[in-house]
Design a protein around this ligand. Structure first.
Ligand SMILES: [Zn+2]
Length: 219
């Protein structure tokens, strides 16, 4: 069987199974557990279209009959998660050609099963994001704006809530088609500075794609 699960779908399933784990831990009523399982099962199957029997079998959570089966289920599934198409330093340099002294990430260290590639350049205080949208590599360079506040923030992509040193407010540098229609388009959002953590949590690419399209002026 080939890979058929996108990383964000895997993260979504992981989140569902985490809820199931909580149910096992807090609930002794078998009927409630079964109801919860069938609800989760529907949510998982709803992510996919045209599943083969073999794929359905793999995703089926009825084989989980106690909390300790969850890890095995997730590790079996993880073998069928797509890898990101390989990204080269040349591609990244081209993508961010307007950036002076661009610092590239160590691509050997990156998990091949990422939703997006993200890294921080502390020298310029920028966060870079590269993502494959419909087989085309697009990106954004974001200025990290520290406001020195003690309040917590929520990452727009993965909903993680943490202090400003972990989830920061950033403003991407937007592309415009012509200067007259607002050369200084500015948007901002909160995002995890540690992209590894974010990549393990992001359960939907809807917001990421929306921001990237907006930044890159893709209609
Ligand atoms: Zn995040």
């Amino acid at each position: 069987m080939d890979a058929f699960i996108k990383k964000y779908q895997y993260n979504y399933i992981k989140k569902c199974l985490h809820d199931l784990n909580t149910t096992y831990g807090t609930c002794a009523d078998k009927n409630i557990i079964e109801a919860n399982k069938s609800y989760i099962c529907d949510k998982i199957l709803y992510l996919f279209t045209d599943l083969s029997e073999e794929q359905k079998e793999l995703l089926d959570i009825s084989k989980i009959t106690e909390a300790s089966h969850i890890d095995k289920y997730l590790s079996d599934l993880s073998k069928y998660v797509y890898e990101m198409p390989p990204v080269t330093s040349t591609q990244l340099s081209k993508l961010f050609k307007k950036e002076k002294k661009l610092k590239l990430p160590n691509l050997d260290d990156e998990d091949s099963k990422n939703v997006y590639l993200g890294w921080v350049d502390t020298a310029t205080n920028k966060l870079f994001v590269a993502y494959n949208l419909d087989d085309k590599l697009i990106g954004m360079a974001c200025r990290i704006t520290s406001q020195g506040s003690k309040n917590t923030r929520m990452c727009t992509l993965c909903n993680r809530i943490a202090g400003e040193n972990e989830v920061a407010f950033v403003s991407p540098i937007c592309k415009t088609t012509n200067a007259s229609e607002g050369a200084y388009r500015s948007i901002g959002f909160n995002i995890c500075l540690d992209s590894k953590t974010c990549n393990e949590r992001i359960a939907s690419v809807e917001k990421l794609e929306k921001i990237l399209k907006n930044v890159n002026n893709i209609k």
